[in-house]
Design a protein around this ligand. Sequence first.
Ligand code: COI
Length: 439
Amino acid sequence: MLGIYRPGSAILCGRTSSCPRHFSTRASSTALHFYQNRQLELYASKDAQRLTLRQLVFFGRSITEERLIKSANYVRTELPVRIAHRLRDMQTLPYVVVNQEGVASVYEAYWSAFDKFRRYPEIKTLEDNEVFCKFVRGLLDEHKTVIPNLSLGLSLSSPYLEPDRLDSFMHRMLVSRISRRVLAEHHIALSRYFSARQSGQRIPEDRVGVIHLRLPVKDNIEKCARFLRKRLCDADQDQIDGASAEAPWPEVIIEGHLDIKFSYIPAHLEYIVFELLKNSLRATRLKHTSLRQLPPIRATVVAGENEVTIRISDQGGGLLTPEIKNPMDQFSFSHLRNPARMDSRRLVALRSISSSQTGMVATVEEQVKRWEREADSEDPQQEAGVSPHPKIGIGLPMSNIFATYFGGSLELVSLDGYGTDAYLRLPRLGTNLEGIELW
Ligand code: COI
């Protein structure tokens, strides 16, 4: 019977029903463990039903009660499959890793969510759906600390995992998380629009759930630049930057195909552009401390037939440091590729974010909510909702994952001693399947 546990896998503890920290072989709980892991195996043996952006749009475009209920049941049955895959993945990690601070709490949170979803009864009416949306919203909020927790746990585990294994594990965890949150947020947004329409309110014609059908790229870049300036001009930020408060900020010039609009999830584009511009602004300012007029940052937008490319070029000196030999190592979670992962200040920051209730600021879910809130608002307080990312070094790897989710890419080219070119390519047609693992 115990053969179902792989070497290094956690045996579930009867008390918490899911806790890998309580490694127990007590006979009394063996039957429970066996039953629970059998449930996990059952779900993990199913393939995820991956979707394209276009499918999400077509299904949600003319939403009816019947379709909304169908969408709810899709989320109800699909999410436990996707979570089960990741739990299974975590069980294959060496015990020293799954038992690590941060990783253990993510395992617990996922087990609990998996168990709740698999027991959730079928949704049959609009009232059922309302309750279901609240349930999902609760889980979305509970899981806000997952990324800092994982990042902390995997940084601490870095000495025990070979870099390729560590990075591919993190990649699967993070892409899968984005996918689950997109499905959950999309369904909640569809439900909100549906009930708003039922009660005679006007709903934006260019939105389907979390997708903007005509997302104006130039406006999005301008928006990020505008409030990055505002945020980075704060005294606190100047201290973090190490530049003096009086130092000027470079201009952001947007050029190329300025009229391009395409269907995409605004929060994803915004997250990436925000992160790239933030890095460029800081690097340029720090590189040219004696200049009164700083070289501008150029954001070039190109609308290709199949993809939209945004190149962000700065003269901030490039990405390479004595420790980082390859710019793409900025995406790595392994300290062997990116020594900053084991930096003690970063670990302290991660610990405090992981244990807070709010988790990381400017994660996709917050961006989705914020985008909706701010759609018609230029209120600076609202805009300040995109607080600068805490210095936990997660922005670039997350941007890479957002870019690849629907088949796009993010490439960083370092012109050493001069500057950096970041190439973001996002698919235009919406026909790529979500880039998640099938197992
Ligand atoms: C996550 O945030 O990691 C999730 O899986 C959210 C989902 C349970 C709604």
